[in-house]
Design a protein around this ligand. Sequence first.
Ligand code: COA
Length: 328
Amino acid sequence: MTSVIIAGVGSYAPQRILTNEDLTKIVDTSDEWIRSRSGIRERHIAAADEATSDLAIKAAQSALLDAKITAADIDLLIVATCTPDYPVPSTACVVQHKIGIPPHATCFDISAACTGFLYAMEIAYGQLLTGRYKCALIIGAEKLSSIVDWKDRTTCVLFGDGAGAAVLKKVNQPGVGIIGSDLGADGELLELLYIPAGGSRCPASPLTLEAGSHFLHMKGKEVFKNAIKVMETVAREMVEQHHLTFDQISLVIPHQANYRIIEALASNLGVPLDRFYVNLDRYGNTSAASIPLALDEARRAGRIKPGDYTLLVAFGAGLTYGSTLIRW
Ligand code: COA
């Protein structure tokens, strides 16, 4: 019996920290409003010359080190991002070249917004089990500061930049690593969170630029309600499918979007909040980077021990959503 395990994790956040107080100088907001509505205190913002791949590479190097392997061992690279370096080609190709992953490796990006890391993990899991790949590197990386409208106080206060990565490999041991995954999407709700222009439906033009259509547009209240609903459903299903109870889940690592969403999720599931890992106060919402960043921190903080069950649960633009159960 074989399993796919997480052999190493790593993360990186840019050096510059933007506090809520700093934001009050940019838009009409307050530390009190941001903290009470979202739980966010500060976020990391990439430098002008730092692209998503630069963040991804630092997280990847840290994960490779943790897994005690080198880039030469990787034959599958997946980068989950909604802020690629270029529209064409993939950010994965930039990472592959700069980090020294051999040219015979399969390298591509996936677009599943904040659920991207769980989507990447599911794809890598399946590919490793086929036996066609030996070692996968999956990365969630975002420079969201490049797509938020810094004049729109309803969105710009919520997001940050960062990256997280994991090395996955197959082992001949049953019942460890990725135990299950349940992913979904509801495209009917895509306009709750999207960038209207810059793609093939509405290519870039002076008019789209003037209208600010290249920035992230969000209906916050609807996203909020849907997030709690879908995360509760996929978290519950994942635990029940594997004949477990939430008492057996040592740590839940939810997508780090809003503390109130996490509070509501914990309350609906009947799980104490101290079994949820939360770091959004220091990073804000980093989309596809949010779960691997939290996973890396949680592991390094000793919150994950051999034999533990960890539940990852996410939602994001699409709307996409998913949960992944891991046994260490
Ligand atoms: N500072 C001060 N006031 C702000 C503000 C800000 N940064 N942003 C919005 N406001 C104002 C609004 O204009 C509104 O004023 P009004 O009542 O005069 O119209 C008021 O605050 C309340 O706004 P509201 O939208 O009702 O707040 P909320 O309690 O729903 O919280 C969010 C807003 C965005 C924090 C919340 O809806 C949310 O987190 N949604 C989910 C977003 C998310 O997670 N997105 C990513 C998904 S991956």
